[in-house]
Design a protein around this ligand. Structure first.
Ligand code: HEM
Ligand SMILES: *[C@@H]1O[C@H](CO)[C@@H](O)[C@H](O)[C@H]1NC(C)=O
Ligand SMILES: *[C@@H]1O[C@H](CO)[C@@H](O)[C@H](O)[C@H]1NC(C)=O
Ligand SMILES: *[C@@H]1O[C@H](CO)[C@@H](O)[C@H](O)[C@H]1NC(C)=O
Length: 343
């Protein structure tokens, strides 16, 4: 062996060892997520994702909102395993992208692909797609004026999708009891439910979610042939113009008309004056079941942006901890976020 290759071989061995060490965040005997997971194997991961998001935002002001929603829809289905990102393969993968909560609604997938491509260029085969979604969620909030937090990393990508699970994501027409149940099922409590719903401080929502059954709040709420009585009448008049009865269900509205693209506490001040967009939003404040449970949390966040930001950061970490795959015999680092490796 020529002597000149020896240092390189030694460096490669050292690199593999470093990777083997970095690839585990040990706490006692169990692997868990940690902030430093890529410090040795892809130290620029955060900045690489951030630059892709900043570039995407130049032609799409909505992209930050769309990306945090992808992390939510990923984590609530089989845990944060990148399952949402898998495209359909007949007979093998029934893509979550086609499930009602996602179909014609979940967006931002090409930007995730761009982040993946940039990361593969810098550190091939290292950063999972599930972690890209977690990083993109934090970066999106931060760049929109919201809180920063240390993103926990080290999730592997799963190899399956769950169409039925995705179809059972929390729905805009559901009442507080059902929403609490769906959050509790993934280990999240009332503070998490109220704080995470605060992500509806930015982004867009289609008219279908306020003007069409079963989510009709403007014309025939719960089959009453009346509007939802918990919807402010001036806001209802405004929304009825934008979303006429039997109109175009895909017309977009701001989830927070006061500051549509800024991550602030206005979601909660809107709820205080009956200007939540979705039933699932207003329920947190106005449901009879909200008294003594979620309503006081809404009130607190409406008063204090600091309290909201602190809770939001912690609840994002809690959501990001839903059933992560850390066992390499179960998960993998996908080369392409849309496909299982070797398929
Ligand atoms: C509590 C239960 C929730 C329900 C029922 C719900 C429902 C919805 C619905 C129906 C839309 C509009 C989709 C469309 O019209 O295409 C939406 C948008 C959005 N959701 Fe939620 N959501 C919930 C929780 C969350 C959570 C936990 C997050 C993130 C932490 C989140 C972030 C967003 C964002 C940012 C948008 C706007 C996306 C965009 O503009 O592309 N939501 N949500
Ligand atoms: C998604 O929506 C399109 C209409 O835009 C529809 O043709 C398609 O069947 C839907 N996908 C699924 C899986 O239902
Ligand atoms: C909430 O919705 C569920 C499912 O539709 C229903 O069974 C339940 O009675 C509702 N709860 C309240 C308090 O309205
Ligand atoms: C209102 O909703 C109820 C229950 O879904 C339905 O039976 C009724 O036909 C609707 N009314 C109109 C005018 O569409």
């Amino acid at each position: 062996m020529p002597s000149s290759t020896r240092p390189r071989a030694a460096a490669a061995v050292a690199g593999v060892l470093a990777a083997a060490v970095a690839a585990l965040c040990l706490h006692g005997a169990a692997a868990q997520l940690c902030e430093t997971y890529y410090d040795d194997t892809c130290p620029d991961a955060y900045n690489i994702v951030k630059q892709v998001l900043i570039d995407a935002h130049k032609s799409d002001v909505r992209i930050y909102a769309s990306l945090i929603r992808l992390h939510f829809h990923d984590c609530f289905v089989q845990g944060c395993d990148g399952s949402l990102l898998l495209d359909g393969v007949p007979g093998v993968i029934n893509s979550e992208k086609g499930a009602p909560p996602n179909n014609n609604s979940a967006r931002g997938f090409p930007v995730v692909d761009k982040a993946k491509a940039a990361l593969e260029g810098a550190c091939p085969g290292v950063v999972s797609c599930a972690d890209i979604l977690a990083l993109a969620a934090e970066i999106s909030v931060e760049l929109s004026g919201g809180p920063k937090w240390g993103v926990l990393l080290g999730r592997l990508d799963g190899t399956t999708a769950d169409f039925n699970g995705a179809s059972n994501l929390p729905a805009p027409f559901e009442n507080l009891t059902v929403l609490q149940g769906k959050f509790k099922a993934v280990g999240l409590n009332d503070v998490d439910l109220v704080a995470l719903s605060g992500a509806h401080t930015f982004g867009r929502v289609q008219c279908a979610n306020i003007a069409d059954a079963p989510a009709d709040r403007l014309y025939n709420f719960s089959g009453t042939n009346r509007p939802d009585p918990t919807l402010d009448s001036a806001y209802r008049a405004f929304l009825s113009q934008r979303c006429p009865r039997n109109g175009n269900s895909m017309v977009l509205n701001d989830l927070d008309p006061t500051t549509p693209d800024i991550f602030d506490k206005n979601y909660y001040t809107n709820l205080e004056v009956n200007r939540g967009f979705l039933t699932s939003d207003q329920e947190l404040k106005s449901s009879p079941q909200a008294r003594g449970t979620t309503a006081p949390i809404v009130d607190q966040f409406a008063r204090s942006q600091d309290a909201f930001f602190k809770s939001f950061a912690q609840s994002m970490i809690n959501m990001g901890n839903i059933k992560p795959v850390t066992d390499p015999s179960v998960g993998e680092v996908r080369c392409n976020c849309r496909k299982v490796n070797d398929s």
